[in-house]
Each structure stands twice: as C-alpha cells, then as structure tokens.
Ligand binder design. Structure first.
Ligand code: UDX
Length: 446
C-alpha cells in the first residue's frame, strides 16, 4: 500500500490495523522503528507518509471514506477442526468482510490481497451482499507476488500484476479502476486481467511451482552427495537451458517463509476436497521433500559430530528464513534447532536481524519442550564471534552476506577441534574454509 501511495500521490491511502502498537510503530518519526524490516521501505514511507499515506486504528472511518478497500489480513494454516494443518483459516478475512458490510454507506470495490483459496471471493461477496443493506460491492482478486527482502524492487518493477474480477459490465469497470492504479507506474501489458477464480488459483500455483523447483534441486542434492556430482554445477548446467531458467535452483537446507508451505498445503487440501487424490499427493510431495531436507541436514550434523551432539555446543548462524529480512516464519533454522535440541545439543544463535524473543517464541510455539528448557539450552548472542567461540560445530542456516566476510581463521582458532562447519546455504568457499583446517559439509557436494 505504501508503494501505491508513493506512485499515486493523488490517491489517499489509509492503512488500518486494530493493533495500536503496530500503528504507533508505523507512525514513528524514527524510520528505523518501522515494524517490518525491508530494504527500501523506509524511503518509500518517508516520501508518502503524511502526504497521502496514513496509518490509523480508526478502521470504520477509513472504510467509510474509501472507494476501494483492500483486505490484507493473515490467512494462516488452520490449527484446529476441519482441515487442520492444511486448509487456510479464513476467520480474519470473514471478519473484515462483515465489518466492511456493517460500516459501508456507499458502493465499494473490495480487493482480496491476502492469499486465499479458490472461490473465496464468492464467500466474501455473499457476506457483503447479505449484510450490506443494498449497497453494491464488487470483489476483485489481486494477489501479491512480491518476495521479502526484495519487496520494494518487486513492486516497482513487477513482472506482472494480476487482477481477477467478474467478467460482466460492472466487474470489468471495477477491474479497470484497479488497472488504472497500477498503470501509474507499470506498463499496461504487464497488468494481466482474468476471471476471479483464475486469479485466486494463480497465486497458489505460482508459489507451488517456485517451491517445487527448490524441492526438486534439493532432492538432487542428496543424490549428489552420494555420487560425487556437485549440485551447484548441476543447477548451473540445467539453468542455462532457457526453457528451465536459472532462478530458484539454489539448493539449501530447505525453503521457509510464510507462503510456500501454507499455500501448497492449501492447494493439497483443495485438491482433496474435489476428490483429486493424485493431484493432492503430487503437490504434497514438495512439502515432504522439504521436511526431509531439514531432517537430513540435522542428521548430517549429528553423524559428523561422532553420532552425538549431547552437551556439545553448536553455533547457529542465521535464523531468518532468508537473508535481508527479520521474518522467521517456517524458517528451516527453527526445525534444525528443534531436532538438535531433541538430541540434547546446546545451541548458540546469532542472526543480524532477528531478536532473541522471536527465536524463543518460535521454539516455544513448537511445544516440543518446556519454555524453561528452551531458554536453558539456547543462548542468543549479538556478536557472531562470541556465538562461535568454543563451539564444536557451526551450522549456517541463512545466506546473510556478512557470514562470508568473517575472519574464518580467527573463528577456527576459537573453536573446539576438530572444528566443523555445516553450510546449509552453500555460500562459503569450501576449499578456502577446508584449507584453514575446518571440516566442512556443504549441501549437495562431496
Ligand atoms: C515467496 C514468493 O517468491 C513470492 O512471489 C510470494 O509473493 C511470497 O512467497 P518469499 O517467501 O518472500 O516469497 O521468499 P522467496 O525468495 O520466494 O524464498 C522462499 C524460500 O525458498 C526461502 O527460504 C529461500 O531461502 C528458499 N529458496 C529460494 C531456496 O532455498 N532456493 C532458491 O533457489 C530460492
């Protein structure tokens, strides 16, 4: 929304949230205190805030004044009842729709921005029409494809924007209104318009395809470790084929983030619900392979450390699910840590952007052990050298660029011997690190 405000100075954009603390942070004079860390975001907020971008807790007032309302609430995987562990929980979306219907006094275009299962627009429309006292609502689907860490660039230079709406006269008019917003800064031919269902399903499909590529290369990484092939060389060789392309072929300890797993499980749930078992099984395998990769990495560590990590100190570099973000949702680091803790390792974590409270909260959420035990077994450091001092092994979980720049000789001298490095992102120069005396394990390499 901040980018829409930046690029469309004549449009007033009000971002509302019932969480007062978050809104206070969004309004903080100190732009380093914005609640989301995202390169380039503070500059966008600085430019538009107070001009035509506002952050407020006055939800009803903002709905009342708006011609277009974007629903951008969380749609987590359900953790209860029917569809538990698979389906998207649409509670917050429904609450928004009911609130819009209650407050609106004039016709509105309601835009689904949250990632939603196919045919959700229909439910939103039903609620709006039933509660909306004869007001006309048009529902559009406008899924977001930005990736964290590169969000601002992804928005400024989007490959495409997707807008789904009814194909009747009023629907097409509503679509055009939103097309006009994006056309302020994007070429018209990258704004794709479709029917609502195609738009909703495209978002799940895009994430499923991207995640599938990561799982495919990760599956090969296991085979590389057995055969002597090098997974990065394979990625390079196949990626040069323009039909395949080079993106999303970086083998890793496993994908994380708020979208991939959630969206695939949602897709799997939808396929099951239509009785399409083979389709469901096909996509579920992408998530299973990802779980396997995280487990496999953890087992490598244990095996290398002479089959036990009990009482051993392992330094974990990185907790975020990828570099340039403080987001830890579904981060592979959480699951590797949990696995190693179950083997009674002592963990010392360092991440340049993730705070200790978040790390403990992520582990507590798993409910594998008590909160006291998590705090006893896991220490969080603000200094990477302190984190690695005296460690038996180092597990590198996030591809932060600073990790490559460390004085690895100094690190080696401060560690227990033999000193192990497990590079879950293949960012370190394997030969260089080995020459310093380390025993290094990389993904998909012998
Ligand atoms: C993703 C989609 O890319 C984006 O279009 C959508 O809107 C939201 O979900 P995001 O989760 O922010 O974005 O990150 P992304 O860059 O896609 O990475 C997801 C995960 O896959 C990360 O854990 C990343 O480290 C991992 N990954 C990605 C790999 O392991 N290898 C790769 O080659 C690419």
């Amino acid at each position: 929304m901040a980018v829409i405000a930046q690029k469309c100075p004549e449009i007033k954009v009000t971002v509302v949230d019932i969480n007062k603390e978050r809104i206070t942070d969004w309004n903080d004079d100190d732009l380093d205190k914005l609640p989301v860390y995202e390169p380039g975001l503070k500059e966008v907020v600085e430019e538009a805030r107070g001009r035509n971008l506002f952050f407020s807790t006055e939800v009803d007032k903002a709905i009342d004044e708006a011609e277009m309302v974007f629903i951008s609430v969380n749609t987590p995987t359900k953790n209860y009842g029917l569809g538990k562990g698979m389906a998207a929980d649409l509670k917050y979306v429904e609450l928004c729709a009911r609130n819009i219907a209650k407050v609106a006094k004039t016709n509105k275009i309601v835009v689904e921005k949250s990632t939603l299962p196919v045919r959700t627009a229909e439910s939103i429309k039903t609620i709006l029409d039933a509660e909306g006292k004869g007001i006309q609502f048009k529902v559009l689907s406008n899924p977001e494809f930005l990736a964290e860490g590169t969000a601002i660039n992804d928005l400024h230079n989007a490959d495409r924007v997707l807008i789904g709406g009814d194909q009747d006269e009023d629907g097409l008019k509503a679509i055009q209104c939103l097309v006009d917003v994006y056309a302020h800064w994007l070429p018209k031919d990258c704004i794709i318009t479709t029917n609502v269902w195609s738009s909703e399903l495209s978002k799940l499909t895009a994430n499923a395809f991207l995640a599938q590529r990561v799982s495919s290369i990760n599956a090969l990484s296991a085979l590389c470790e057995e055969t002597g092939a090098d997974v990065d060389e394979i990625a390079n060789a196949i990626g040069a084929d323009r039909r395949i392309g080079s993106k999303f072929l970086k083998s890793s300890v496993g994908f994380g983030g708020s979208c991939f797993q959630k969206d695939i499980l949602n897709l799997v749930y939808i396929a099951h619900s239509y009785g399409l078992e083979e389709v469901a099984d096909y996509w579920e395998q992408v998530v299973k392979l990802n779980d396997y990769q995280k487990r496999r990495f953890s087992e490598k560590i244990i095996k290398a450390l002479f089959n036990t990590v009990n009482g051993k100190k392992i330094a974990m570099l990185g907790w975020a699910f990828k570099k340039d973000t403080n987001d830890t949702r579904e981060s592979a680091a959480i699951y590797v840590a949990d696995y190693l803790l179950s083997e009674q390792a002592e963990l010392v974590v360092y991440d340049p952007k993730v705070k200790a409270e978040q790390i403990y909260a992520d582990l507590d959420y798993l409910n594998t052990r008590s909160e006291e035990e998590n705090r006893q077994l896991v220490t969080v450091k603000n200094d990477p050298y302190e984190a690695m001092h005296g460690a038996h092994g180092i597990a590198l979980l996030t591809e932060w660029e600073e990790f490559v720049m460390y004085d690895w000789d100094k690190v080696y001298n401060s560690m227990k011997k033999p000193a192990f490095v497990f590079d879950g992102r293949n960012i370190l120069d394997k030969e260089l690190i080995a020459d310093l005396g380390f025993r290094i394990y990389s993904i998909g390499k012998c």
